[in-house]
Design a protein around this ligand. Structure first.
Ligand SMILES: *[C@@H]1O[C@H](CO)[C@@H](O)[C@H](O)[C@H]1NC(C)=O
Ligand SMILES: *[C@@H]1O[C@H](CO)[C@@H](O)[C@H](O)[C@H]1NC(C)=O
Ligand SMILES: *[C@@H]1O[C@H](CO)[C@@H](O)[C@H](O)[C@H]1NC(C)=O
Ligand SMILES: *[C@@H]1O[C@H](CO)[C@@H](O)[C@H](O)[C@H]1NC(C)=O
Length: 372
């Protein structure tokens, strides 16, 4: 009997040991999976496509998590920077854009223009995690073959995600090697760094595609009718325009000095009560020569955090005026989709990836169904 009991005891201890090991193993596995990085990343990645566009403003929506993710230190300095008696030296306002032309390309496409001179380079602003947005744009207005006989080159411009640099970098490298349409520099991809993104685009055109005839900067949340823009504004059969920039033009617009808005521009960053005339950020087009001049002049003046107003400041500095375009071609307010109306305009703001994919197939027979 005694022998029997001790055999049971050994068996039970063994079982208990195995159970403990299994439990520990599972626990370790779980903790690894739930590492602080992976979960919020997946949540944000899956939330991203649904992120609604910003208010009726002139710039793409800022990611909601942006301000929260700022390191504590930045938050403090931001506060300090706003004090009227901010120390003069060494403290830059946190919204002041740190521009230097030595941001390095992490992803680049330096050879794209070696075998051709594109008529139009489409520079599309997206965030690193917006994989779905890029996919939809490639399939719709970003298609390089959308206008027969016209050479179009599409590039997505991105920076470095403030929180998920590495997990995203691997995905981006893969996407980049598949599509060869991503350029990235090593600045933080934040709303207040959008000017750096636009300037990266201008730098790319200056250095790697100086023969581009026109350059368009487009946000990812727009409807864009490239075909109509090419045939009615840019007109490939005519000599290329010089010092040309057009879009939805803001005249006499003023910097927003209220900190509650995402378009807030502190006095320390831009010391003037008005902006020169400029084209609204969601979609504007400029001649290739002007893109190069903008890049050059940006090295010599103070960069501000509103990229579209900054382009206007560069033009003012260059003594170039924005060109008016026929009324209604660029709509900064959302218009509901109507095929024949949309066949005769260029940009409509606030069209997300799902909506684009939904309307695009039906838009293709516009020439047959709409009378011109
Ligand atoms: C760019 O334009 C210049 C001058 O027009 C020309 O000499 C050069 O071959 C062009 N380069 C390419 C890549 O087409
Ligand atoms: C812009 O990017 C630079 C370089 O990565 C970074 O130091 C700076 O904090 C960013 N600015 C904002 C407002 O996010
Ligand atoms: C302020 O803006 C006006 C209008 O754009 C311009 O004429 C003037 O030169 C600007 N002043 C400064 C100090 O930038
Ligand atoms: C529609 O017709 C115009 C000329 O009227 C042409 O330039 C354009 O490429 C056509 N678009 C499509 C999608 O067939």
């Amino acid at each position: 009997m005694k022998v029997f009991t001790s055999q049971w005891q050994t068996l039970l201890t063994g079982l208990l040991f195995i159970l403990c090991c299994t439990f520990l193993f599972l626990l370790v596995g779980r903790t690894e999976k739930e590492s602080p990085e992976a979960f919020p990343l997946l949540r944000e990645l899956s939330n991203n496509p649904q992120r609604s566009p910003g208010p009726s403003g002139d710039l793409p929506s800022a990611p909601e998590f942006e301000w929260e993710t700022e390191p504590e230190k930045t938050k403090e300095t931001r506060h300090l920077g706003l004090q009227p008696i901010a120390p003069a030296a060494a403290t830059r306002h946190p919204l002041a854009v740190a521009y230097s032309n030595n941001y390095k390309f992490r992803l680049n496409e330096p050879k794209k223009c070696q075998e051709r001179s594109p008529f139009l380079v489409l520079l599309v602003i997206t965030q690193p995690q917006d994989v779905d947005g890029r996919k939809a744009i490639r399939q719709t207005w970003g298609s390089e073959s959308s206008v027969p006989g016209v050479s179009i080159l599409r590039l997505f411009l991105i920076g470095v995600h403030p929180r998920f640099e590495y997990p995203l970098q691997y995905l981006l490298e893969e996407e980049s090697s598949t599509y060869r349409d991503i350029i990235q520099q090593n600045f933080l991809d934040t709303y207040n760094n959008l000017t750096l993104k636009t300037l990266m685009g201008m730098e790319w055109v200056s250095k790697f595609c100086p023969n581009a005839t026109y350059v368009m900067k487009a946000d990812s949340d727009i409807f864009l009718n490239v075909d109509y823009m090419v045939s009615h504004l840019l007109q490939p059969h005519l000599p290329p325009k010089k010092d040309y920039m057009t879009g939805y033009i803001y005249l006499n617009s003023k910097p927003i000095r209220n900190k509650a808005y995402k378009w807030y521009v502190p006095w320390e960053v831009y010391r003037n009560d008005t902006y020169p005339p400029y084209c609204a950020g969601p979609g504007y087009v400029l001649s290739g020569d002007l893109a190069k001049k903008v890049y050059q002049v940006a090295q010599t003046i103070k960069v501000i955090n509103m990229e579209d107003a900054f382009m206007g400041i560069c033009l003012h500095e260059l003594g170039v005026r924005v060109a008016a375009s026929p009324w209604g071609l660029f709509s900064m307010v959302k218009i509901s989709y109507e095929k024949c109306q949309f066949s005769k305009l260029v940009v409509v703001h606030h069209y997300g990836p799902e909506e684009l994919l939904r309307i695009w197939p039906g838009f293709q027979d516009r020439n047959e169904t709409c009378h011109n």
